[in-house]
Design a binder for this molecule. Structure first.
Ligand code: TXA
Ligand code: MG
Length: 330
């Protein structure tokens, strides 16, 4: 149920979007920077506000599965099965585009990314916009930076450049959607995310390969090597090396914080408590906190951030992917 306040915020967001405005909307993954998908000028503003290169395609967010056939030219049965099982939810399907999708959204490619986000406010905005409503929305951060998981983060990232920020609270999942492509000869995963790869494989009853987006023909912005980055240098190290590095930094008089998920090494308990962030040992909970933690640490005046490398298992893929890109040096 929406409160009267939320109801008027939803109406305002829908009306601004229909007039060509750019509105930050909450989703279960991260906040999106949305524009009416049928308004080219509005979609252009997204690229300008984010500072995003034009060849990085945007995901279309829809409210209803029946919209799939409006925006996609053809939908394989396996894609429908995933949609039925995981929507609304953190899954993006890449499908052949219909002629309704503008080149601006697809970066000129013949495919389109579609998803139904699992957030009541954003679903209400889409319903309020009318039939065939879709918003194109990348994450609401400046290009290459940490994705926002609260309305306050969006304000920090984009300030007054957006027409409205619809506050839907903290994002439940906290990491972007899993992107599954049906564009080529075979199904593949372009970006690990909120839905574990194992859940996709279980649903399809088969193994699905992972394509490293940075080597793919398609531009997948989250797959450029450096992405999701704090301004403070982030180093990703196994625990033992992390403490070696901590020793070096201490000797050099540097300020640093650590993010560990495994049992804290007591030998190093001399470090100030506030500089030792204890991260969850559960992948989903870690993922939920990752961006907010990086953002807070980035504002902590540190010279370095040292993150303990996550376990190399399938359930940690999304977290490992984000940490790798956040720590990549150009
Ligand atoms: O969870 C999410 O997916 C969030 C929320 C706001 O929905 N959105 C998001 O958007 O992460 P963005 O733009 O930050 O990342 C979308 C990714 C990009 O890497 C883009 O290249 C890829 O999806 N993408 C979009 N359309 C594509 C297409 N047709 N083919 C291949 N990749 C595509
Ligand atoms: Mg993004």
């Amino acid at each position: 149920m929406t409160t009267p306040n939320q109801h008027s915020a939803i109406a305002e967001a829908a009306s601004l979007l229909l007039k060509g405005g750019v509105v930050a909307l909450p989703t279960e993954t991260v906040y999106g920077l949305a524009a009416d998908a049928s308004n080219t000028e509005a979609v252009k503003r997204i690229f300008a506000i984010k500072g995003r290169p034009a060849d990085h395609p945007l995901i279309l967010h829809i409210a209803d599965e029946s919209q799939l056939d409006y925006w996609a030219k053809s939908v394989p049965e396996a894609a429908r099965l995933l949609a039925r099982q995981f929507w609304p939810g953190p899954l993006t399907l890449i499908l052949p585009r219909s002629e309704k999708v503008s080149d601006l959204i697809t970066g000129g490619q013949d495919t389109v990314g579609l998803r139904i986000p699992d957030h009541p406010l954003t679903l209400s905005v889409l319903h309020e916009m009318g039939p065939h409503a879709a918003v194109a929305a990348p994450s609401a951060n400046r290009y290459g930076r940490i994705s926002p998981t609260t309305a306050e983060h969006v304000r920090e990232e984009l300030g007054n450049n957006v027409d409205l920020i619809l506050d839907g609270g903290a994002c439940n999942v906290g990491l972007e959607s899993t992107i599954v492509s049906f564009a080529g000869d075979d199904v593949c995963i372009l970006r690990p995310g909120g839905i574990p790869v194992s859940a996709i494989e279980n649903a399809l009853q088969r193994k699905v390969s992972m394509v490293d987006g940075s080597s793919a023909k398609v531009r997948v912005s989250g797959s450029t090597l450096s992405h999701y980055s704090p301004s403070t240098p982030l180093e990703l190290l196994p625990q033992e090396q992390l403490w070696q590095r901590a020793g070096e930094l201490k000797t050099a008089g540097k300020r640093f914080a650590t993010m560990e998920w495994s049992k804290p090494d007591e030998a190093h308990s001399g470090m100030p408590e506030k500089d030792r962030i204890s991260m969850p040992a559960n992948a989903a909970v870690y993922g939920h906190l990752l961006y907010a933690t990086l953002r807070t640490l980035d504002q902590g005046g540190y010279d370095y951030l040292l993150a303990e490398a996550p376990p190399q298992t399938q359930e940690w893929l999304a977290v490992a992917d984000r940490l790798k890109r956040a720590s990549h040096k150009d």
